[in-house]
Design a binder for this molecule. Structure first.
Ligand code: GLA
Length: 377
């Protein structure tokens, strides 16, 4: 990827660029908890975005997206927002830096990536954090700290891409470290790295290939439900709500909002249970919590789909320790915690049975927990 990006850059521009990279993410557990002030447990992965970037001494941005074969050029004022959705991520990051008092001048860039699009692995966060990191390095002497870089990516989603997401994806993409998952408290932004290297288990993703698209999707409506219930319970976010509080208010809340809030309150506890289980090396317990999350995401939060429920069921039948839909939902992958000696059986079964039922094979990605945003020297 690196050589191709440099070659494409040289064909289009004259300056010599610096290379940056960032990562997609997985999340072990803690779904839809981030915008509710709860806990998440993500890590960066070995699939990401790489970009060659150089200031061009002007005021315009010129970017070429290798995988799409598309070019965009735009200015840096609010009125200059480009049309192409991928270019809006780059524009949004630049604008959010400027809004915070940082500097961005014209630049040229070429980028490529290997995060599968629409698979729930946060290709958009990878793109945002790659450019946030690059523009901080090239124009701001790295004065913006990493957590703020994640917030810049999140604000880009809110203000330029129509997704009212939480902080998890951008945080994982910016803060990820090799071999470590991160438990993040999204209320206080306190975080802790957890080495993840079980001797007898592995994580694998099975991509249903059902396109997951959060922009303009029911994702924002899920968030609105949570905010409505929090307001009704008199708490800032559902992080401060309990099942007792929810039960007491049940008659004032729609059935749908009740189910959404119930999932979030239960999920918050599951993340903490998983932390204890990880510290005790009890991966079967981690797995049980993952199945419970899947049930909640499917029945109460209603962000699963038939294909993902099917993959979850196949995992259970194959004796997989844990399995659940991962990320925002509405398609994408399941994440599976599998005893090493069951892995090949599970993958064969999942691929074969899925193909038989839906007429196409799912994609299988082993998970390698890797570094987040960085400059490549
Ligand atoms: C998407 C969002 C995240 C988070 C997850 C669900 O990935 O971008 O902020 O809400 O969905 O956990």
């Amino acid at each position: 990827m690196k050589n191709q990006i440099i070659k494409e850059f040289k064909e289009r521009f004259t300056s010599s660029p610096t290379l940056y990279a960032s990562a997609g993410r997985i999340n072990l557990i803690g779904e839809h908890t981030d915008y509710n002030g709860g806990f998440v447990f993500p890590g960066a992965i070995d699939k990401g975005i790489m970009a060659a970037v150089a200031p061009n001494a002007g005021e315009r941005v010129r970017v070429y997206a290798v995988n799409l074969g598309e070019y965009a050029e735009f200015g840096l004022e609010e009125k200059d927002a480009p049309r192409q959705s991928w270019a809006r991520y780059v524009f949004g990051v630049a604008r959010e830096i400027i809004k915070r008092g940082g500097t961005v001048k014209g630049f040229d860039a070429v980028f490529a990536g290997d995060v599968p699009l629409g698979a729930g692995l946060s290709s958009s966060a990878a793109l945002e954090s790659c450019f946030a990191f690059a523009l901080n390095d090239l124009f701001n002497d790295n004065r913006i700290d990493r957590i703020e870089l994640a917030r810049i990516g999140q604000s880009t989603e809110h203000n330029y891409c129509g997704v009212n997401c939480g902080i998890m994806d951008q945080f994982a993409s910016v803060m990820g470290q090799r071999g470590k998952l991160i438990r993040l408290d999204c209320r206080s932004m306190e975080y802790e790295y957890f080495p993840f290297d079980p001797a007898d288990y592995e994580l694998v993703l099975i991509d249903s290939k059902v396109k997951h698209e959060l922009a303009g999707s029911p994702y924002n409506r899920r968030r609105e439900s949570c905010e409505r219930v929090a307001a009704r319970l008199g708490v800032e976010t559902l992080r401060d709500a309990t099942m007792d509080m929810l039960e007491a208010a049940k008659s004032d809340i729609s059935d749908e909002d009740y189910k959404r809030a119930k999932f979030v309150i239960e999920e918050k506890e599951r993340v903490l249970t998983v932390c204890d289980a990880l510290l005790a090396g009890d991966y079967e317990e981690v797995g049980r919590q993952m199945y419970a999350t899947h049930r909640g995401l499917s029945a109460d939060y209603e962000v699963s789909c038939e294909e993902l429920d099917f993959l979850n069921e196949v995992a259970r039948e194959c004796g997989v320790a844990g399995s659940r839909i991962m990320g925002g939902g509405f398609g994408g992958c399941t994440i599976n915690l599998v005893a090493k000696d069951r892995m090949s059986h599970f993958v064969t079964e999942a691929v074969g049975r899925f193909r038989e039922r839906y007429g196409h094979a799912p994609e299988v990605y082993p998970v390698v927990i890797s570094a987040g945003a960085r400059r490549l020297d």
